[in-house]
Design a binder for this molecule. Structure first.
Ligand SMILES: [Zn+2]
Length: 113
C-alpha cells in the first residue's frame, strides 16, 4: 500500500519529500498532527530497515524531525512510533514512522491505560 503511495498510484497529502523518504498525513489521524514517514524503498518493518540500511533509517528519523519543525510542534513536543506485529496493531507491512503531536498525547502501552 505505501509502495503504491510512493509510486503515486494512491493519492496522499504529502507534507515532506526527500530523495529517499516520503511523508504524508495519516488518513485516520490519532492526534492533531499525525504524519507518516516512509522510506521510498520497500522494507518490511523498522527492524528490517535498520539491518538492511541504517543510513536510510536515520533519513526517515531526520525527515520526521523536519515534519515536526514544519508542523510547528518541535517546542510543544511530539512522539515517534514504529509499530511491529499484531500486538502493536500493525496493518501495513512497509516500514513507517508515525509522527504524533499538536496536542497533549495520551499514555501508551497496555490497553486501557
Ligand atoms: Zn512497500
Amino acid at each position: 500500500m505505501f509502495c503504491d503511495i510512493v509510486a503515486g498510484k494512491i493519492p496522499a497529502t504529502v507534507v515532506n519529500k526527500t530523495d529517499r523518504t516520503l511523508a504524508f498525513r495519516d488518513i485516520n489521524p490519532q492526534a492533531a498532527t499525525h504524519v507518516l514517514v516512509v522510506p521510498t524503498e520497500h522494507h518490511e518493518d523498522a527492524g528490517v530497515l535498520a539491518a538492511a540500511d541504517p543510513g536510510l533509517l536515520a533519513e526517515v528519523l531526520t525527515a520526521g524531525v523536519e515534519v515536526a519543525r514544519a508542523e510547528g510542534i518541535v517546542e510543544t513536543g511530539y512522539r515517534f512510533v514504529f509499530n511491529t506485529g499484531p500486538d502493536a496493531g500493525r496493518t501495513v507491512f512497509h516500514a513507517h514512522l508515525h509522527v504524533l503531536g499538536g496536542e497533549q498525547l495520551g499514555l501508551f502501552g497496555r490497553l486501557g491505560r
